[in-house]
Design a protein around this ligand. Sequence first.
Ligand SMILES: N[C@@H](CCC(=O)N[C@@H](CS)C(=O)NCC(=O)O)C(=O)O
Ligand code: FES
Length: 170
Amino acid sequence: MSRSLAGLLRRSIAAFPAAQSSAIASGCFYRSATCYSTTVPHDPDTHEDFIPTSKLEGSGLSLNKIVEQDVNENPVMIYMKGVPDLPRCGFSSLAVRVLQEYSVPISARNILEDPELKNAVKAFSNWPTFPQIFIHGEFIGGSDIILNMHQTGELREKLKDTSDGQEKVE
Ligand SMILES: N[C@@H](CCC(=O)N[C@@H](CS)C(=O)NCC(=O)O)C(=O)O
Ligand code: FES
């Protein structure tokens, strides 16, 4: 593992000492003000003008089709909280940092921007949490799995057919 990635793993815990015990209990490193793990319940009394809608729906494709297209057309696709340059959750941040160890293009969608997309991705993969990573159309899993695959060398194998998908040498 590169030194930067090992550092990130340590900082994920160390940066939030006060929240550490509750964070570990809840699975949330960013608990308190910046945690996005809660789902906003749909209020049946909300006027339909204010019900969250998907930005992607205007494309004419169903959200399920959009996800299918995303994962088939992009060698590495991640659905995450935030964007690769500004992850909004420690788990998404970790997954991006792992993928950035390789010279592969990373395609991403921010599910925080689109609750409908978030539900569509969960239904597509049958996986309840984010991040969600797909490689060559295959659902891989979340941050624990991608980190483990990186550590065992399995990720390098998976990415080796992707254009210049070699682990970066540091
Ligand atoms: N162990 C998981 C951690 C991911 C996780 O627990 N994500 C939570 C908090 S960000 C989540 O997505 N919860 C459901 C949601 O927010 O809709 C992994 O390996 O990816
Ligand atoms: S753990 Fe809180 S947003 Fe991901």
